[in-house]
Design a protein around this ligand. Structure first.
Ligand code: IPE
Ligand code: IPE
Ligand code: MG
Length: 253
């Protein structure tokens, strides 16, 4: 990263920032898609798009904190993304460490709490260590919770959760009669978190790509053609405004 972008307290942006907290989604999940196409459109290698995508992450984390969103879950790398060329995978998996190297002090001082969801065991050691360090250093913060979904796949999460639950039943730690939706949710990476209220997917595709399948049973979806590196605070506020007009019925009338 050539230059650090101011994370919080960016005066110019603060002045133009008008948003009412009324009906703000408590939990927002984002599929940050379109980095590769952003780069290709500019004749650059795909990884340039991933790098530029990091700047959008900084802007959106800042915007979410200001809007008093409680949880922001960012889809960073899926269990299916291992199908990509090794050079691209290596680049993407280095980004969390780079991001945290530059921004962890700002994150700590702005009361953001970092969590990770996904299969951490398969990640390169230095990526895992950087994330664990960020989790440990922010564990007492009670502002925005930033969930980094890294090597995350919903089907894998459900299978791992089921196996753990079955093991607890086998070891008599849990009775089969006690198993219900709430119990099972406790075996997922998102245990104890509220479900996403709003999903934003950038990049034009209209699919979930194995993201939070169980958790998004009643989530409001918003798809935009804007490519992730171009996704701005303005777009984010626009998504929140759109969410406000949705009528959530949960099967009722
Ligand atoms: C999303 O951008 C980032 C990751 C999946 C890691 P892509 O890399 O999928 O960008 P497109 O969809 O090819 O443009
Ligand atoms: C979803 O994007 C995963 C992330 C944004 C991390 P993909 O680009 O991998 O999704 P598909 O392949 O288009 O479904
Ligand atoms: Mg994509």
């Amino acid at each position: 990263m050539a230059m650090k972008i101011p994370f919080f307290n960016q005066k110019k942006q603060e002045e133009s920032f008008h948003y009412s907290e009324e009906s703000t989604p408590e939990h927002i999940a984002i599929i940050m898609d379109g980095n590769g196409r952003w780069a290709q459109k500019r004749g650059k290698p795909r990884v340039a798009g991933h790098k530029e995508g990091l700047s959008a992450v900084v802007k959106i984390v800042k915007a979410a904190a200001k809007c008093k969103v409680k949880i922001l879950t960012l889809y960073t790398f899926s269990t299916e993304n291992w199908k990509r060329p090794k050079s691209e995978i290596d680049f993407i998996l280095r980004l969390p460490k780079e991001f945290l190297h530059f921004y962890l002090p700002d994150i700590i001082s702005n009361n953001v709490r970092i969590k990770a969801i996904g299969n951490m065991e398969e990640l390169p050691e230095n990526t895992r260590e950087a994330i664990q360090y960020a989790i440990d250093s922010t564990k007492d913060n009670d502002g925005l919770q930033l969930n980094i979904a890294l090597n995350y796949g919903s089907r894998q999460e459900i299978v791992i959760g089921m196996k753990e639950m079955f093991a607890d039943i086998r070891d008599s730690k849990l009775s089969l009669d006690k198993v219900d939706e709430q119990q099972f949710s406790g075996y997922l990476y998102t245990a104890g978190m509220t479900s996403p209220d709003l999903l934003i997917r950038t990049g034009g595709e209209k699919r979930l790509s194995n993201f939070l399948l169980w958790q998004m049973a009643y989530t409001e979806f918003l798809f935009t053609d804007v490519l992730w590196p171009d996704f701005s605070e303005k777009e984010f506020i626009h998504a929140l405004e759109e969410y406000r007009h949705r009528k959530r019925r949960y099967g009722g009338i």
